[in-house]
Write a protein that binds this ligand. Sequence first.
Ligand SMILES: Cc1cc2nc3c(=O)[nH]c(=O)nc-3n(C[C@H](O)[C@H](O)[C@H](O)COP(=O)(O)O)c2cc1C
Ligand SMILES: Nc1ncnc2c1ncn2[C@@H]1O[C@H](COP(=O)(O)OP(=O)(O)O)[C@@H](O)[C@H]1O
Length: 327
Amino acid sequence: MTVFHRNETRDPLPERLRGGVVAIGNFDGVHRGHQSVLERALEEAAARGVPALVLTFEPHPRTVFRPDTPVFRLTPAPLKARILEGMGFGAVIEYPFDRTFSELSASDFIHRVLLEWLHASHVVTGFDFHFGKGREGGPAFLMAAGGENGFGVTLVDAFRDENASVISSSFIRSLLGQGDVSHAAGLLGYRYTVEAEVIDGKKLGRTLGYPTANMRLPPEVELRTGIYAVRFRRADGSLYDGVASFGRRPTVDSDGEALLETFVFDFSGDLYGEVCSVSFFGHLRDELKFDGLDPLVAQIRKDEDEARALLSGVTPLSDIDRRINFA
Ligand SMILES: Cc1cc2nc3c(=O)[nH]c(=O)nc-3n(C[C@H](O)[C@H](O)[C@H](O)COP(=O)(O)O)c2cc1C
Ligand SMILES: Nc1ncnc2c1ncn2[C@@H]1O[C@H](COP(=O)(O)OP(=O)(O)O)[C@@H](O)[C@H]1O
């Protein structure tokens, strides 16, 4: 068993990873459309007996072109790497992306990155992948370059869901903005998941009988505020059901920042400083401003019951979902 390699630099690639099948793309969310491209790369690699790699770019190229509007990332690099590892890839290349790199011509990208650096034997991308300065290189260019330079190319057609709609990261972001985490899960193939350190709060939760693990999400996250049924994973891998509130807590803290606060079921202990993850299974309601703490606590009790009921019946949507939320 070789270990998964996360490559975050332009330093020479370890020898054992050269000559592989390379899937290229940003793959933010690693949604079911991305998975159809990625599965093809895994099949090609298995058939040839060579490593399977993903070439992706960090930071997300749109963040480099428009620094003041950071992209709402469905899968920040660490989560993306974990999903790809679970799928069976040998490595993810998080190639450093900056303005200078974006000026490389499509031909230079092929020669310097794919050939001289990765020694790619085969490339797999989606039908609409473009690369090089001004997106000048498209599928036809890549096919021709493969023919000239002796690497194979597989272009994977648009994946359509059950309703014949093309799945896109931006549509999934908009669903999360509406709080529709179940529709988002259907398109991702797994429940939307965030990861962050548990930080200190007002220490009020414990006095209400509902201690909550508080997390700060990146400001560009556009998840709708509200109350959700969730699964909570600790750093040691243990899994718990829970109920979480994402928002500004108008009842106790009207001008505070938005926080994700999870009441973890059947748990007691210290979570401060631990990096934990939260996966969203269902949106229960919007956040409300209550007239005092008693009605808030009464509502949280109902939320807990509702979340327990919802979570008691859930099943994995895919192997990825099983690894993240069930195993
Ligand atoms: C399931 C759940 C539902 C919540 N719903 C609301 C709400 O509708 N309105 C609100 O102001 N705060 C809501 N809260 C947030 C509580 O006000 C908050 O958890 C409490 O103030 C504890 O804060 P602390 O963790 O900083 O001590 C909710 C919390 C949980 C766990
Ligand atoms: N069942 C639980 N769910 C969430 N946090 C818990 C639980 N049991 C203990 N804790 C601990 O208590 C803390 C939350 O208590 P709370 O009074 O809400 O404080 P804070 O305001 O700092 O979040 C968590 O960060 C965690 O360390």
